[in-house]
Design a protein around this ligand. Structure first.
Ligand SMILES: *Cc1c(COP(=O)(O)O)cnc(C)c1O
Length: 377
């Protein structure tokens, strides 16, 4: 009998959370309400007491952060080409220009050594991404931002539960944006959270979140900004609260499974493995970069035939038509392009056991060996 198909990720929702969701559904208040307030308070406690507001997604959090930072037409925002396309799309959404800087091949995050060369008089902010939950060096990042008077919007969509200097990501810094999409380490089905810096009024963040509306008294209403429709429901917040309780358990489980990958993976296959970081990374994903000569679609198909799901996170986004139309193109960020064309996400989620990791590693070895003997197709 074949073992069941192993997806690359799967959320772990416990029965207690499901029961609490049912209670919310029966309560008569299902959209933004007391669950949202409680979730925000718990997230704030996790982030060292800083103000946190939750949103309908980790995309809306970043769009609002850019608006709160006053970024718009004529401004440039420096970011990485190797991320989920939301990272750059939100820069365009506020009318600014994304300026890509190539990645460091080891961390696969924005290369901090190359940022300074990309700064112009129009640069207003840095928008780094902690790919796979490996934090960008915060000390160097904030030194750069300070030297050039730039704001920082941390796209920490993947690094919830990761650490820097022993403190959780989000506990220090300028804006930090988290996503609670089902693939992320903690989920609210869909959702996101924005950690706010001290100079930003949380009430303004709330207005950008919901149509710009401010209410007062019994019937007072005023609107001062063209806010979006970015509020989180109480049902979603309830799921998020149930997940947040298990953050440490999830993170340590992921770390253990990542160690098992390193212990089991056949290094002779010629794949690039992630940076071995046991201090900071939350192990959101375990990603390999395939060796030259192994075509990714063929590899993914071979893995699927062996009962293993894989993912691609992500193709270099400056090669998408939207960004080519802005003047970007092949050859401009060769490291991101090479990684983006050969990176594969292997299964990693808390409900996996060591035997699953061993099965994945065996399937990787078998697939690559088979594809090598077949030669290029
Ligand atoms: C998931 C993700 C986002 C967007 O989050 P959503 O909640 O899906 O809107 C943004 N950036 C990165 C790096 C992500 O992984």
């Amino acid at each position: 009998m074949n073992p069941p198909f192993l997806p690359f990720t799967r959320p772990s929702i416990d029965e207690e959370t499901i029961a609490q969701v049912c209670a919310v559904l029966r309560s008569g208040w299902i959209t933004s309400g007391p669950q949202v307030k409680a979730f925000e308070a718990e997230l704030s406690a996790h982030c060292g007491g800083r103000p946190v507001r939750v949103f309908s997604s980790g995309t809306s959090t970043m769009e609002v952060a850019l608006r709160l930072a006053g970024i718009g037409p004529g401004d440039e925002v420096i970011t990485t080409p190797l991320s989920w396309v939301a990272t750059a799309n939100v820069i365009l959404a506020v009318g600014a220009r994304p300026v890509f800087v190539d990645v460091d091949p080891a961390t696969r995050n924005i290369d901090l050594n190359r940022i300074e060369a990309a700064i112009t008089p129009k640069t207003r902010a840095l928008l780094p991404v902690d790919l796979a939950g490996l934090p960008v060096d915060r000390a160097r990042l904030y030194a750069l931002a300070e030297r050039h008077g730039l704001r920082v919007i941390e796209d920490a969509a993947q690094s919830f539960g990761a650490r820097w200097n022993g403190r959780p990501i989000g506990a220090e810094g300028d804006f930090a944006s988290f996503s609670f999409h089902p693939n992320k380490n903690v989920t609210s089905i869909e959702g996101g959270a924005l950690v706010l810096p001290a100079d930003i009024d949380p009430a303004l963040a709330e207005r950008w979140r919901l149509q710009g509306v401010a209410r007062s008294g019994f019937d007072g209403m005023e609107v001062d900004v063209p806010g979006g429709k970015f509020n989180l429901t109480d049902v979603a917040a309830c799921v998020g609260r149930g997940q947040l309780k298990r953050l440490e358990e999830f993170t340590s489980r992921r770390r253990h499974l990542a160690r098992t990958y390193f212990d089991t993976f056949d290094l002779d296959l010629g794949c690039d493995l992630p940076v071995m970081d046991w201090q900071n990374c939350n192990w959101h994903m375990f990603q390999i970069v395939l060796p030259q000569g192994i075509a990714r679609p063929a590899f993914m198909q071979a893995m699927q035939e062996r009962g293993i799901g894989t993912g691609v996170h992500y193709p270099a986004m400056h090669l998408f038509r939207l960004y080519r139309d802005l003047g970007y193109g092949p050859g401009m960020f060769p490291r991101a392009e090479r990684i983006g064309a050969a990176i594969v996400t292997l299964p990693l989620f808390p409900a996996m056991v060591d035997a699953d990791v061993e099965r994945v590693c065996a399937a990787v070895r078998d697939s690559i060996t088979t594809l090598k003997t077949q030669g290029p197709t």
